[in-house]
Design a protein around this ligand. Structure first.
Ligand SMILES: C[S@@+](CC[C@H](N)C(=O)[O-])C[C@H]1O[C@@H](n2cnc3c(N)ncnc32)[C@H](O)[C@@H]1O
Length: 396
């Protein structure tokens, strides 16, 4: 079950090895369709070339396999659970010095297994079918909202709009460069992209798999379904890819507590923010405990009785989440209760850099764009109303 996606998950091990010419052998009994395999991996065509696909019975004469393998291919993928077939192909690969990719559950560090489970979770919710048991999924209505051009506004965190407006004033208009840390397959900030408010860099170690998931469900051509820039990395490595002080705004929903090292993650994001830049964190309070410390849920995050944002591990080691080294401080607790937490962190320091000339030109241009400006004015009136309502509901 789910063997197609397991196979593709294992195949991604080749992605950093340059362009790969690959042959695919599909065991007929798996029910995986050869055309479907080729269709689903299309987003990886920059590095992956499927040279040949064959569907075979579970026992295969090894001689015919050897003669079938296309010349010049570097790896063979086998979609099968039959040990004899896997063994035969592995031997043929070893003889010819080819990489061998099976479709088993990943071995090695359990985090890899958890990442596959994370992919499966999103794949099932997006497709509305739990492919383990064939039952309908629980949260697909949320996914539908995220996919809807109209209703993705409902999942957008409207309380951040005054910050965005502030950054736009400072930068002279235009979309605000934004990091969505652990953005998942569909950024909850998508509405901001569609409105031209945000230009988003999505950061998530599974982004390449999410390309596959969206392609699989036929959704990858929807407008702004992908972030403008995609960094398929763990955010703990952010500074290797992003220059320091280059973003005004970072957002993360339900992801910091999925990281391997949430403290390091915040330090890295802090370094990428400009002085007075803002990071908004949303998470389910004490998610590690709620999820019984399963899969990627290895941390409890919460605001303690002293008003400090802390991280606690399963064995009770508790420490402030925001270190001095990160350059961030806790500016505001928007919500903190047993269900959910929303906090706003700010990068210390003063804005000293005057607007670059390019940005000043953009300011002048945006003030000429009449319709857009008046549309925004209406938008922000709505925002402030929204904030009042939200504060009221939190204090009730
Ligand atoms: C529950 S999903 C949340 C997705 C999205 N933010 C949302 O709210 O729908 C958690 C995401 O965090 C990502 N993640 C896990 N470890 C990460 C890390 N070290 N850096 C960035 N993202 C990470 C996972 O791959 C996953 O896509």
């Amino acid at each position: 079950m789910y063997i197609l996606m397991r196979s593709i998950f294992n195949l991604r091990a080749l992605r950093d090895k340059g362009r790969q010419r690959v042959a695919v052998i599909i065991d007929k009994s798996t029910g995986v369709d050869a055309t479907e395999y080729v269709r689903v991996v299309r987003p990886w065509q920059r590095w992956l070339s499927i040279e040949a696909v064959v569907t075979v019975p579970d026992s295969l004469a090894i001689a015919s396999l050897e003669s079938w393998l296309p010349a010049g291919c570097q790896a063979v993928v086998v979609v099968s659970e039959h040990k004899s077939l896997l063994h035969a192909v592995k031997q043929a690969c070893d003889r010819r010095g080819l990489a061998f990719i099976d479709s088993s559950y990943p071995v090695g560090p359990s985090r890899t297994v958890s990442l596959l489970q994370e992919v499966a979770h999103h794949d099932f919710e997006i497709g509305a079918v739990n492919e383990w048991d064939g039952q309908p999924t629980k949260y697909s209505w949320c996914v539908l909202q995220e996919l809807s051009y109209t209703h993705c506004e409902k999942v957008f965190p409207r309380y951040v709009l005054p910050y965005i407006e502030g950054f736009q004033q400072r930068r002279g208009g235009g979309p605000i460069e934004t990091l969505d840390i652990g953005c998942g397959p569909i950024s909850v900030l998508r509405w901001g992209m569609l409105q031209g408010l945000l230009s988003i860099t999505g950061v998530d170690p599974l982004l390449d798999m999410y390309q596959i998931v969206l392609e699989r469900h036929g959704l990858s051509t929807l407008p702004s379904i992908f972030c403008q820039r995609q960094l398929g990395i763990a955010a703990e490595d952010l500074r290797q890819y992003v220059p320091p002080s280059s973003y005004d705004f970072a957002f993360s929903r339900n992801a910091v507590d999925h990281a391997e090292d949430p403290h390091l993650l915040l330090t890295q994001v802090g370094a990428c923010l400009r002085p007075e830049g803002v990071m908004v964190l949303e998470f389910s309070t004490r998610e590690g405990t709620k999820e019984n410390w399963m899969q990627l849920h290895q941390f409890d995050l919460y605001v303690n009785a002293q008003g400090t944002l802390v991280s606690e591990t399963r064995d009770g080691v508790c420490s402030p989440l925001v270190s001095e080294e990160s350059g961030l401080y806790l500016r505001e607790v928007v919500r903190s209760d047993k269900d959910y937490t929303v906090v706003i962190l700010e990068r210390q320091g003063r804005v000293s850099d005057p607007l670059p000339i390019r940005d000043r030109i953009a300011t002048a241009q945006s003030s000429l764009a009449g319709t857009r400006v008046s549309h925004r004015a209406g938008l922000f009136r709505g925002v402030y109303t929204g904030i009042k309502q939200r504060v009221k509901s939190f204090t009730q």
